[in-house]
Design a protein. Structure first.
Lengths: 340, 340
DNA sequence: ATGAAAGCGCTAACAG
DNA sequence: CTGTTAGCGCTTTCAT
């Protein structure tokens, strides 16, 4: 294998000093005459010279890579987010590396250090809950960072998210209109920003309509996963609750509920209605299709990347620290109309 | 922000030279007396010194990161693979970065160069089809590389995969036993290794049973995606083919078929049976559950990582260039029994 | 067993 | 405008 060319090789060939070559490959505004610049570019072209990024970032302490850290890469929600980030990043000339923290604090800490130690230009970050250690690490790293779904929490920074409350309120109103009153609300993990906001959206909407959740409704926390939804539904059913609709804080939970319902021979929506939140692609494939709230994750990813890169490149911070996106209700067939 | 410690700081504190510290942190067998070694380790500990990986890999031209490049990160098959890789890699002290080539040659080339330029220790690679340019890049990079689903192709290297043929043959035999004879075989993309092997497995199995595919069967190529399955099924149905079972080369395709069937008011499996391949987690959630072939993809990921790291660390190559994993049939409810 | 010195490939003052 | 000089933080001969 021929060793790759270095800046010195180019300099020698061009008959100039490495510094000059450096100036042109960095589009350094500092003066290089039009001719020498062209000459060098020409040589770089023909030899296909690529500067060594590692050497570069050793000096500048910066690279053209942005890191994305998420808690669960198997959840399509996050892969969709990643896709949005990648699109935007690529168009701006950045690479992206994905770190899966697997909802595990140590792993997350390692990921974050890894990114810092490799001089990433910036980070897009999400987690269910941010630990104090993580917050400290982020603070001390001083790497530009954008949150997806921040939670008025240990760190203040720029954040991109959907309007969870509106979304879930829309669902509540729809369900009320469909005649439902006996809800099992599977709220997702307690203390997690998106889950908390969605819950508030739901409960406030009921209140606003003067309908109380309490007597017939039941609220239960659970992980953001299919298995958790399955278990929660099982428990509720075993308690012989009479429920007309399972309102789930995300689609995964709804999948679990549906699986249990199927196992018990209960039909959706005839025997029981189910709703989700996020509208990940699979939800329309269920039979019946899952009624849920569309969450523009890819768009979120793109915006997060854009904000981050703007920031990295020195743009002034946006006026608001939080960029909010709208959701909308996706009516499919998993909710039954209950005439009153 | 206090600047991170350097090896010099440690050296000064320990009263030794940087070289000695280097020897210690690299567990360099070269002689360092037991005492100085312990002394230095002690200091490294208390100050929490972390060597700068970038500087390190600039010299060694190697890092402790392995790269995974896949064609479609939104397909759960690949996120599961990644998960397997991560588990294994973490336990061996490696970080992993994911690159999504998005089934796009330029992107893939950029990803591969990126990994090479950042001195990754090795790469785990999959794509639907390998271009000649990609092959050249891989060859000239000389980075250790493991294929997932290699395809007797431009490059020879170590490969980890499932036995596609066996898997699809098991499916064929099952369907035959269930009385099916009129198949629509949605074969996935032509020329893609896994798709070709699966198709062969299916066709050969029929032949072995002395049953010919031809008169009533129809074979159609399509992308490995839900939309492609949907379109293919639409076309076939519009041609008024009388089909008893759609045999799909992966689960995603089957999802598309099911979506179309639902739209047309056709019931699975009463009006038409459908099968998949891979058994990604959603498949059991479908109603009826999708009959498919379980593909131990996480295990694949773990093995790929293990093989790769062994190789990186200088282990002799395994005797066979190909590590094969078994699949098994997962019978759910998407296939109807057709008494003859 | 340890240290001094010479870089890895590049950028960043500082001169000219 | 361009070249020279120092390093970035680390590893690696080569001495001692």
């Amino acid at each position: 294998m021929e060793k790759p060319m270095t800046i010195k090789d180019i300099a020698r060939i061009a008959g100039v000093s490495p510094a000059t070559v450096s100036r042109v490959i960095n589009n350094n505004p500092a003066g290089v005459s039009r001719e020498t610049r062209a000459h060098i570019q020409q040589i770089v072209q023909t030899y296909g010279y690529q500067p060594n990024n590692v050497a570069r970032s050793m000096i500048t302490k910066r690279s053209n890579t942005i890191g994305v850290v998420v808690p669960d890469i198997v959840n399509q929600f996050y892969t969709l987010l990643l896709k949005g980030v990648e699109d935007m990043a690529a168009s701006r000339g950045y690479s992206v590396v994905l770190c899966n923290s697997n909802n595990n604090e140590d792993k997350e800490l390692r990921n974050l250090s890894y990114l810092r130690d490799n001089y990433v230009a910036g980070i897009i970050y999400n987690n269910y809950r941010m630990s104090e250690r993580t917050a400290n690490l982020i603070r001390s790293s001083r790497v530009p960072l954008i949150f997806v779904d921040n939670w008025g929490d240990p760190i203040d920074g720029i954040c991109v998210r959907i309007n969870h409350q509106h979304g879930m309120a829309a669902m509540a109103n729809y369900l009320l209109d469909m005649g439902h009153r006996a809800f099992a609300y599977l709220a997702g993990p307690e203390g997690v920003f998106s889950a908390d906001m969605r819950r508030r959206g739901f409960l406030d909407a009921l209140e606003e309509r003067g309908i109380s959740f309490a007597p017939r409704g039941v609220l239960q926390h659970c992980a953001y996963s299919e298995d958790a939804g399955y278990e929660a539904a099982k428990q509720l059913l075993d308690e012989k609750r009479s429920i007309t609709c399972f309102v789930c804080a995300n689609d995964l939970i709804a999948y679990g509920v549906i699986r249990l319902l199927n196992e018990r021979g209960l039909r959706v929506p005839d025997d029981c209605s189910v709703t989700g939140f996020d509208d990940i692609p699979f939800s329309r494939l269920l039979n019946p299709g899952l009624t849920t709230i569309y969450n523009p994750v890819q768009q979120l990813g793109r915006s997060a990347a854009q904000l981050l890169i703007d920031h990295i490149e020195g743009a002034p911070p946006p006026p608001q620290r939080e960029l909010l996106f709208d959701t909308h209700l996706v009516r499919r067939a998993s909710v039954k109309f209950l005439p009153s």
